[in-house]
Design a protein around this ligand. Structure first.
Ligand SMILES: [Zn+2]
Length: 82
């Protein structure tokens, strides 16, 4: 693994392995917590970066219907334009 993963000037997407350009929704961070159902001392987390669209694409069809962050960002953008 190279050092690019944590270099804030160019985050790399963990799904498509390309540099993430800053946009209205990107970069996204995925904070994965293992042993979620265990005690805190048995839990560990790691952060990965991705494009919002890559994350959404990897979700199952059912889970995509629960993904609401995109609509939150878009509604905020339309409020800012008023
Ligand atoms: Zn990507």
């Amino acid at each position: 693994m190279d050092g690019d993963l944590t270099n804030k000037s160019h985050y790399k997407c963990c799904f498509c392995n390309t540099i993430i350009q800053s946009s209205y929704s990107d970069p996204c961070a995925i904070d994965i917590l293992i042993n979620f159902d265990k005690s805190k001392k048995e839990q560990y987390n790691q952060v990965f970066y991705c494009h919002m669209n890559c994350f959404k694409r990897e979700l199952s069809n059912e889970m995509q219907s629960y993904f609401y962050l995109e609509s939150l960002v878009e509604s905020k953008m339309s409020l800012d334009e008023e």
